[in-house]
Design a protein. Structure first.
Length: 276
């Protein structure tokens, strides 16, 4: 099992400032004991957090932090986009330029991934997860007995964050075939009819419009066996992007690309269908 550094959120920092002797240092997955010493808190890995450091973290809602060499760092990366890990009531999400990559309203990223997998049914199947993200869907498919799970991630920055996220443990452990690249092109390397199920949960239309197009849907159709099942997340029903009815357009393009039995599932805000 990968060893993760102790992770702090504003809530945990406030608990430590209040004298708590047991807290979660892995974003809610477990609790450990901490020792309070003069001026701060001593963590199980030997890190000493001064009161001033805890107060700074306590004032920064919406971030995840970890100590390294006496400095508190945020789980975030900046480049052409700004990526950061964002805590929720369950598994954390990743935020890109202020946009959350998972549903968090009324649910948590891990619970939402489970609903999508249950709606699709992946037990015993060969599964393609087109957009890995933090790996919750791919890991959930493994846990539900999928025979093979292939997951594709475009951004190396996201995989760097995966390395610091306890909820992503196992994504790089060999149970998932994890590939780095644009799935629009990666999918061309797969043989015809390889997959029984495809989970397509892409970024928003404005960030990845090519993953909502007929050409990509045709590529997905080719690598699915006849009767194979597809789930495509689109978001809120009736949502519009610059006057475009996203859900209706997605279903029309999927139908032209060789899918049938297309229907909307309110529970997971996406389209389900079968490869003809």
């Amino acid at each position: 099992m990968r060893a993760f550094p102790p992770l702090l959120t504003a809530i945990v920092a406030r608990e430590l400032l209040g004298g708590a002797v047991r807290v979660s240092l892995d974003l809610g997955r477990s609790e450990v004991g901490v020792e309070h010493v003069e001026g701060g808190a001593l963590l199980p890995d030997g890190s000493l957090l001064g009161r001033g450091e805890l107060e700074r973290v306590a004032g920064q809602e919406g971030g995840v932090f970890f100590p390294r060499d006496g400095v508190i760092l945020q789980v975030a990366l900046a480049g052409d986009h700004f990526f950061k890990l964002l805590p929720t009531a369950g598994a954390p999400t990743v935020e890109v330029d202020g946009v959350r990559m998972h549903r968090t309203r009324g649910t948590t990223p891990d619970a939402d991934a489970g609903l999508k997998l249950d709606a699709l049914g992946v037990g015993g199947c060969r599964v393609l997860d087109t957009c890995a993200g933090l790996g919750y869907t791919a890991l959930g498919a493994v846990g539900r007995g999928a025979e093979l799970v292939v997951s594709v991630e475009l951004r190396p920055e996201v995989l760097r964050i995966v390395e610091l996220n306890p909820w992503s443990g196992g994504l790089m452990g060999g149970d998932v075939c994890l590939l780095l690249g644009d799935v629009f092109h990666v999918v061309e390397s797969f043989p015809d009819g390889l997959f029984d199920c495809v989970i397509h949960d892409p970024p928003t239309l404005s960030h990845a419009g090519h993953l909502y197009g007929g050409e990509f849907y045709s590529r997905l159709s080719r690598v699915m066996r006849p009767g194979g099942r597809l789930f495509h997340y689109t978001g809120e029903p009736g949502s519009r992007f610059r006057g475009v009815d996203l859900r209706r357009g997605v279903m029309e393009r999927l139908r032209r690309a060789g899918f049938r039995g297309l229907c909307w599932d309110d529970r997971v805000l996406g389209v389900l269908g079968e490869r003809r």
